[in-house]
Design a protein around this ligand. Sequence first.
Ligand SMILES: [Zn+2]
Length: 185
Amino acid sequence: MPITACDQNANKLPKQIGFYVITSTATKLPGLKPGLKSLTRYNKTTDWQKKLTPEQYFVTREKGTEEPFSGIYLNHFEMGMYHCVCCDVPLFSSEAKYDSGTGWPAFKEAHGTWERDESHASIVRRPDNSLGSAGTEVLCKNCDAHLGHVFEDGPDPTGQRFCINSAALKFKPRENGVADTEEQK
Ligand SMILES: [Zn+2]
C-alpha cells in the first residue's frame, strides 16, 4: 500500500510542476530577457568604487572629466587597443589615435566602425547638453561607462574627434599575431 501511494504521488507531482514551470516561463521571459544581461552583470550592485581608482570612478561612473594634459594616454602612441577600464571591451584602436592638441586622447573613429556605421562598435552616442551647447556624450555600449565626447571637427576622412578621458581606458599593446587573433573573436 505505501508503495502504491508513493507511486501515485510521484505521477501527479511532475505533471503539476511541469505545467506551472512552462506557464511561468512563458509569461516571464519576454519581459525579462532584454534587460537580463546588463541587470546581472552591471547593475547598481556592481561595486565600481572597489573595482576602480577614485579618478576612474569619477570619470566613468559620475561623468567626470580629467584635467587636460594630465591623462596617461595623451602622448601614448604604442600600437595596440584601448579597452574600457570598467568592463574590458575593446573601444579604440591605436591606428585611430591622433594628437588633437586639446589635452585629451583623441581618436578618429571607434573600433569596429565600418565607414560611418557604428553598429558593431562598442560605443554609443548620447545627446548631452551639460557642456553649455549641444554636445554628444560617448559611452561604453557594454557597461554604460562615460568615456568622453565626440565632436565634428576631427581630421579627414571621418571628420570625427572622439575626445576621450585616459582614465576611462586601459591600453593593451599589440604583440605580433597574438592581438590580431584576439581582435577577431
Ligand atoms: Zn565598458
